[in-house]
Design a protein. Structure first.
Lengths: 455, 187
């Protein structure tokens, strides 16, 4: 055993630093990290499906799937089998190339975005690509090409409901991407970095552990400093506003209820995947759930401290347990506890979104666009400006500067709400006086225009 | 570029993306179906982003994907899909004018390329403090330090570009905004 552990190949693969290993070892490491990410990412899709159906059942006073396996845990497996066994139908007049390509385009970006998600603070093993220093921009880039899968599926199906669903989905995703990007910019302003690992470090007490004999001078190890250091609580109302904007746009981005207009059954059959069956449908389905998981994971990383515990001592075994060798302590801290916290936060967040789905009715399409462009986007934009103002004032006046910025924000919010109230009141009184008769009259005219004229 | 330089990791990357960029660029022009031509353009933009990556310009590559592939091309696809443009709509009008434009722009581009090839080195010299080297070259920090440096000429250009974009945004709002409807009721 010790012979194996000291062999040069083993040391290259698992022990030495990334800049001291031959290229094949780096390749194997990348592959291993990617397998870990895939197992965590796509492996949690069935769990997610099960969780969603059970929780929906619970909140709607039903049982949910509870027959296959203990608590119905094997139900997703049975569903997957069913999907694969079904006949794979290709409609006659579809654009074949694009029709086959679309599910793949929907799934691949989701898997790509797994690569920058950090799951512990190790500089070699903490993510698939732990040294990518434009991590969050990469995520935005990948998120912006996800929409192609939906558009192409809708267009190539040669079906007007599919096309409408695809168009709706893409315009919705593009609109809410703006709010999402702006809320991310607020976080970037607060933390001053684009790298995902450093985003987590900035929410914790990061200690630099020197790495001997290496070009990478330090390994930044982060220990939780308590949940009050998370970005959601940073610069108090501004971090929270950014988080809320992100969460709302994230639901819209994944086309989930109450923003699931692309799949509104009452209007569009099943939206862009109406014409898809069997495994191609399964790919859309998988992509959607994996996407939901990944945007939640990004939310956890950006706003909720990533893989760190809400309180320092919960994140690691006590250092006084010296009867374990330090390698075992390290292993448990970084390989078991850190990812466990990531998953706990992730599933809590996802359960919250399932609750939103269970409790909120679907929006109308114009309401959705109205909300995205006229409420969410200005809020996020004002938030970015206020974060910048607060930081600039803090450089001038110290901590007092933040309160000045909060005061400005309060004045702004009051004015906006007051104007909105005046508008609402004017519209309400105007409704009875002038708008209704005109509307009725125009309806009558429209009907009259269609009636056959009898002379 | 020597053969040896081409066979290094970076050179292979360059070869791959250059071939992909040229091939997809040709497809944009050749393909008859407008949707497929637009998709080839997406591939072309990705290849150019790959070329940026092989030059260590990570920021430029990601921004290229976000802005062009993610936003602008999606709007292209929107228009193509909404108008349901088929092959018939394309080849009917302005045949002669299009041929003239195509030839003249091909000649112009060819002349530009050959001028660059004959000249070899660009004679634009960067000031010393604009040279960002080491790991920060091409990163966000590097770009920011060059772009916002008041001693360099690019801050002015940057601000004026953003001003131009603002004008475009306001113009779009004005054009798309509600017109004053002539009152048709009270007849």
């Amino acid at each position: 055993m010790s012979e194996l552990l000291n062999s040069p190949v083993w040391r290259d693969l698992f022990v030495n630093n990334a800049d001291q290993i031959p290229w094949y070892a780096e390749f194997v490491r990348s592959l291993l990290r990617f397998v870990i990410a895939l197992a965590g990412g796509l492996g949690s899709v069935p769990i997610l499906v099960w969780l969603e159906r059970r929780l929906l059942g619970f909140w709607q006073g039903r049982l949910g799937p509870n027959r296959v396996g203990p608590f119905g845990l094997l139900q997703p497996l049975a569903d997957a089998l069913k999907l694969m066994m079904k006949e794979d139908i290709t409609p006659t007049n579809v654009d074949k190339t694009l029709y086959y390509l679309a599910p793949a385009i929907a799934l691949v970006p989701v898997i790509c975005s797994l690569t920058v998600l950090p799951w512990n603070s190790s500089s070699d093993w903490g993510a698939v690509a732990p040294h990518l220093n434009v991590g969050i921009l990469f995520l935005l880039a990948v998120a912006s090409i996800e929409v192609y899968g939906v558009i192409l599926a809708g267009w190539s199906s040669n079906n007007k409901y599919s096309l409408l669903g695809g168009l709706r989905a893409s315009s919705q995703v593009i609109s809410y991407e703006l709010g999402m990007g702006l809320s991310i910019i607020a976080v970037l302003l607060m933390t001053g970095t684009l790298a995902m690992q450093e985003l987590v470090h900035s929410q914790t007490i990061a200690t630099n552990v020197p790495i001997p004999d290496s070009n990478y001078s330090v390994w930044t190890q982060s220990v939780s400093a308590g949940f009050w250091n998370w970005n959601i609580f940073k610069l108090f109302p501004f971090g929270l506003v950014a988080a809320v904007v992100y969460m709302i746009s994230m639901i819209a981005e994944t086309n989930r209820a109450p923003f699931d207009l692309p799949e509104a059954e009452t209007e569009l059959v099943a939206g862009f995947h109406t014409e898809y069956t069997s495994f191609k449908f399964a790919m859309f389905f998988m992509g959607e759930y994996a996407n939901m998981m990944i945007v939640s994971a990004i939310c956890v990383t950006l706003f909720l401290g990533g893989y760190t515990a809400p309180w320092g001592i919960l994140g690691q075994l006590p250092a006084s347990w010296t009867f374990f060798p330090s390698s075992v302590l390290n292993f448990v801290n970084h390989v078991v506890i850190a990812p466990a916290w990531l998953f706990i936060k992730l599933y809590t967040l996802i359960s919250f979104f399932i609750l939103v789905r269970a409790s909120q009715p679907r929006l109308r399409y114009d309401m959705l666009m109205h909300f995205g462009w006229k409420v969410l986007l200005p809020t996020a934009l004002a938030n970015v400006v206020l974060v910048a103002t607060s930081m600039a004032l803090q450089q001038l006046f110290g901590a007092v500067g933040h309160f000045i910025a909060v005061g400005i924000a309060g004045c702004l919010a009051t004015i906006v709400l007051w104007v909105a109230y005046l508008h609402w009141k004017a519209r309400k009184s105007g409704d009875e006086a002038s708008r209704l008769p005109i509307r009725r009259e125009s309806v009558v005219r429209a009907i009259a225009a269609r009636m056959p004229v009898e002379d | 570029m020597t053969l040896q330089a081409l066979l290094s990791g970076q050179g292979l990357m360059f070869l791959f993306f250059a071939v992909a960029a040229i091939a997809s660029g040709l497809l944009v022009v050749i393909l008859q179906n407008p949707l497929r031509a637009a998709l080839s353009l997406v591939i072309n933009l990705f290849s150019v982003a790959g070329l940026y990556l092989s030059l260590n310009a990570y920021f430029l590559a990601t921004v290229q994907v976000i802005v062009y592939a993610g936003a602008i091309m999606v709007l292209f696809l929107f228009v193509i899909m909404l108008l349901n443009m088929g092959q018939a709509n394309l080849n009917t009008s302005y045949r002669g004018v299009r041929t003239i434009i195509a030839f003249s722009s091909a000649i112009g581009f060819g002349g530009l390329m050959s001028a660059v090839a004959l000249k070899g080195q660009p004679d634009v010299m960067l000031p010393a403090d604009a040279m960002v080297t080491g790991s920060s070259a091409g990163s966000v920090e590097g770009i920011g330090k060059v772009l916002y440096n008041p001693n360099l000429p690019w801050l002015f250009a940057f601000e004026w570009t953003s001003f131009l974009l603002l004008v475009a945004v306001i113009g779009a709002v004005v054009l798309a905004g509600k017109r004053q409807q002539p009152s048709e009721d009270k007849a």
